[in-house]
Design a protein around this ligand. Sequence first.
Ligand SMILES: [Zn+2]
Length: 530
Amino acid sequence: MATRITITDSGQTQTLNGPLAPDTPDNSLQRVTEVYFAKKTTTDNGTRVNFTKIDSAHVQQDHQNQNIPYDSILGKTVYLIIETSNMADLSIDAVIRPSASTMTENTDPLQLMRFVSPDRYEAQRLFTVQVGNFDALNNNGGTHDHYTNLRADHSNKAIIKLQLRPDGRAVFDDWTRRLADNSINLEVAVERTDNNPCAYGDGQEEVNGAGIFLNDDRGRFRVVNKNIYTIHHGSNIYNTLQVISTNPERRRRIQKVRNAHSTEVIFFYYDQNDNEHRICARTKESVTRKRRVNTIPPLAQRGTLLDTIDFTANRAAGEQIDAHQLQVYSNGTLGDGATDKWYANQAESVDLVNMDILENAGVGPQIFEAFNYNQNGVIIRYGFQHTRRRSIQPDLFAGFLGSLAQFRQEGHNHYIVSQGFSYSDASCYPSAEHVNGEAGDLNLLTTQQNGVNTILTAANFDFDNEVILRNILFDFGFILGRSENFSNASNASTADNASTRLPHTTHTATPRHNNHLHIHGFTPISDIYA
Ligand SMILES: [Zn+2]
């Protein structure tokens, strides 16, 4: 007597006694062969699509090719793939449930957000899906016709696209609080919608009731707490984030999943063909906001001296750092240089991440390479020169990574070198505008493309590509900038022969802005629950 488990609309399961399984030859069995979570991968310039399993038997790697000890993250978008045989066009019900009560205090099926149309994810607990239906692959125009191999390679699959999150922030916060630093395994129960029998896995007969997948050591789907940034190439037609202007249509390019119970931040980039790239992980630190004020308080009003960061060795080695030292007090930071500046603590805090991923040691005037990502057609390379201001807000970092990725994908090979954002305490001597990881300076691009700095009027200034980079940075959220009016008849670009200025910048000659591009005024990135 087979045990029958019927998935009902309430998401609960009930056990009944069903009829005996029919005796059918193997090769004609109606069968759910495999059920797995996956990420979408495309080839042939985005015209062929496939699915890569993500579970404990198909471990993913980070940017250093180290194994990642989990498979997905709460709030992340994934695909659930149900592979079948002899079940063309049949409808299947699926539920996803935790294998332990850690996260939800029970093991009932989860209500999760399912992709139902280009502008809508809908909360569902019971996922009903038809074998051979490809609506889960629709782009933001509502079609999947650009994939040429759907019939040939995927007609036996039922495909669900979903986000691993409930529909409300309060419930999400409950889940993440209970999960904390643990991981939760999610398993999947599937059954024909018409409740007729089918075989599961390599089973020898068609049986009544549900089949359970991802519930043993052959493969588990392990989900954890992290903050997520989802960054889209500007030409990604699967970007379904908010439309911010029409004709031509422009959308928000980045979304975040704020997780109150993790300080880890993972940056994902979706390229022009919607391939997913896990760029890097950073730990965010909450620091007290700073504001540069004109009056330096007397010693007695600065609070306790917490730290002194000395740049004597850097300066002696030729690093052009304006600060001689930073004195970090409990009430603010004194920048000690040609003219001392006081960065007063503010009431609020701000999250910062360290952009210096490679942490190359040493001092000197050379470029310190800080990141060099080169995987699956995406290259993101940047460094720092003459600065130890290497901290940035996570929102801006997402915009910076997206800009550099797209710039390279559009065929520009310049090494991007920064003259700094903020110090790790959110101060930024001698600047006022670079506080709180809100602004950055970039070396001007040269035709040598090697990151070495130049000035607007030099023969090697690469104006045309600087304009392209500035516009991409603008599109990823760096709305404001500073540069200078100039003309340059000595370089290869002809567009700057007459007086001009870089797009999205204001002329700022005091202090001089002829030897770097200053970017700021970043548009805040919306949370997935906003
Ligand atoms: Zn600046």
